[in-house]
Design a protein around this ligand. Sequence first.
Ligand SMILES: [Zn+2]
Ligand SMILES: [Zn+2]
Length: 156
Amino acid sequence: MSDAIEGGCICGAVRYRVEEDAPPVYACHCIDCQTHTGSAFALQMPVFASKFSVDGELTTADHVMPGGSVSTIHACAKCLVRLYTTISHRPGLCTVRAGTLDDSKDLDPVAHIWLRSKQDWDALPDGVRTFEAMPDEADWFEILDTANRLQKGGSG
Ligand SMILES: [Zn+2]
Ligand SMILES: [Zn+2]
C-alpha cells in the first residue's frame, strides 16, 4: 500500500528506500556541493530518517561546517558513490543525493539555492524559486512542505 521510491549506488552493493512517493528536491549551487560532487550543483532530497532505510555496507566521512555542525556523508563502501548526508543539528533528517534514485530523469527542483556561487552557463528555468544563499528557516519549511509531510508520516 505504501508509495515508495528507491535508489542505490553504481555497483549495486547499497540500496535505499524512501517511504514517500515524491519528496521535494532542490538544487544547491554552493561551493561545498560543487566540491562534494565534482559537478556544478547537487540535487538534494531531504527525507525523514523515520522513512528512510538502507541496505548494504556504507563508509562515512565527517565534515565540520562553518557554523560548527558536523555533516556526515554516507557512501557505498565498495564503489564510493555518495548516497546521502546527515547533519548533527538535524538528527531526524537524511539528505539523499537525488541523482542516485533509480528514476531521476523527471526530477523537478522546487528551488535553487546559493545562486551566489552558481556557474554562469547554468541557466535556470523561468519562474523557479531562487535564493542567493541559504533560505531562512520559515521559507525553507514552506518550500519543502515539511508540515504536510510530517503529518502524513504519522501513520508510518
Ligand atoms: Zn556501490
Ligand atoms: Zn550546497
